[in-house]
Unconditional design. Structure first.
Length: 86
């Protein structure tokens, strides 16, 4: 990977994934099998899904946050798309 100036920000659509799976000190992705710690936000989301079921992501309280995140990165997915997903 070519060296570059680090211009990433929290508005970068891949920021969270990169922060989790990219080793900035070595300027490359972690090797397969490396233990990584997911963000607290992801852990909280997964906990809610585990407690309330997957429907909460498509029709429940998480759907609003999920749609906001999707729209922020330019997605065309709508609330109706989530509601109708099977």
């Amino acid at each position: 990977m070519a060296p570059r100036t680090d211009t990433r920000s929290t508005t970068d659509q891949y920021f969270c994934s990169r922060r989790t799976y990219y080793n900035t000190s070595k300027d490359k992705f972690h090797k397969p099998g490396t233990l990584v710690k997911p963000s607290e936000a992801l852990c909280n989301t997964l906990r809610i899904i585990a407690e309330k079921g997957g429907d909460v992501l498509y029709n429940g309280t998480l759907a609003v946050d999920f749609l906001e995140d999707l729209q922020r990165v330019g997605s065309i997915i709508t609330a109706e798309d989530l509601r109708d997903y099977q």
